[in-house]
Design a protein around this ligand. Structure first.
Ligand SMILES: N[C@@H](CCC(=O)N[C@@H](CS)C(=O)NCC(=O)O)C(=O)O
Length: 227
C-alpha cells in the first residue's frame, strides 16, 4: 500500500510527525506538495498535512496518526491505551501551535519582522511558563508509565514517542539556551528521545536527504526570542 503525505516541502513542519511514523514502520509512501485534487471532495482537509490512502483522505496530524497507528503497528491495541495515545498527541499539537505563535503571535498573515515586538512578549511567556508546563507533564507521564520504562504508553514504542522526540528537537532548535537550562529537569524525556534517535530506521532517516532542515517552519530560531 502506498500512502501519500501531502505537505509543504522545504522544512519538517507538522508533516514531520506523520513522516516519522511512516519512516519508523518502513512504510511505502510518497511525500509531496499538497495536491488538493488528490484529496476526496466529500472529506476535504482544512490544511496540510493530509494523507491519502486509496479511498481515504485524512487531515489533522493527530487524526492522521490515529488512522495510521494500528496499520503501522505504532499504537497499543488496548482501547484505553489507544485513546490515551491520541490524547497525548493532541497535547503535542497544542504545544506545536503555541510554538508557532511564539514567533507569529498576531497570526500567519504578517511577517515575523512586523510582529517582532509582540513575539518578544509571547516568546517570553512560552519559554518561562508554557515550555516547562508541557515538559513537566511529559516527564511525569514518561515516569509513570506502569507498563515499562522505555516509552510513553505501554511496553512498546508508539507514534507519540516519535512525536515527542521531534518536538524536543524542535524546541532545542528554536530555544537552545532555554532548553539547555531546562535539560537537567527532564531526564526521562531526554532519555526517551535518545532511544528514538537510535532506532535503526529513524537513525537512517535522520542521516538521509529526506530529513529537511528546520528553517522557516514552526520551530524557528530567532536568538532574540531565546534571550
Ligand atoms: N491542527 C492542524 C494544523 C494544520 C496547519 O496549521 N497547517 C499549516 C501548515 S503547518 C497550514 O498550512 N495552514 C494553513 C492555514 O491554516 O490556513 C494539524 O495539526 O494538522
Amino acid at each position: 500500500m502506498i500512502y501519500t503525505l501531502h505537505y509543504w516541502q522545504g522544512f519538517p513542519g507538522r508533516g514531520e510527525y506523520v513522516r516519522l511514523a511512516l519512516e519508523e514502520a518502513g512504510a511505502d509512501y510518497k511525500d509531496q506538495s499538497p495536491d488538493w485534487d488528490a484529496g476526496h471532495s466529500d472529506t476535504p482537509s482544512f490544511a496540510p498535512p493530509f494523507l491519502t490512502d486509496g479511498k481515504v483522505t485524512v487531515g489533522q496530524v493527530a487524526a492522521i496518526l490515529q488512522y495510521l497507528g494500528p496499520k503501522l503497528g505504532l499504537v497499543a491495541e488496548d482501547e484505553r491505551l489507544a485513546i490515551w495515545t491520541h490524547q497525548i498527541q493532541l497535547t503535542i499539537a497544542d504545544l506545536v501551535a503555541e510554538a508557532h505563535d511564539s514567533h507569529h503571535p498576531l497570526g500567519p498573515g504578517a511577517y515575523y519582522e512586523d510582529q517582532k515586538q509582540e513575539a518578544t512578549v509571547r516568546a517570553k511567556a512560552f519559554r518561562t511558563t508554557r515550555i516547562p508546563k508541557f515538559m513537566d507533564w511529559f516527564e511525569e507521564i514518561a515516569a509513570t508509565n506502569r507498563a515499562g520504562d522505555d516509552w510513553l504508553v505501554g511496553r512498546d514504542l508508539s507514534y507519540v514517542d516519535l512525536s515527542l522526540f521531534h518536538t524536543l528537537e524542535g524546541l532545542i532548535h528554536a530555544f537552545p539556551k532555554t532548553m539547555q537550562a531546562l535539560k537537567p529537569d527532564y531526564p526521562e524525556v531526554y532519555a526517551l528521545a535518545g532511544r528514538v534517535r537510535e532506532r535503526p530506521r529513524i537513525a537512517a532517516y535522520l542521516e538521509s536527504e529526506r530529513r529537511q532542515p528546520f528553517g522557516n517552519g514552526i520551530f524557528r530560531h530567532y536568538p532574540e526570542l531565546d534571550a
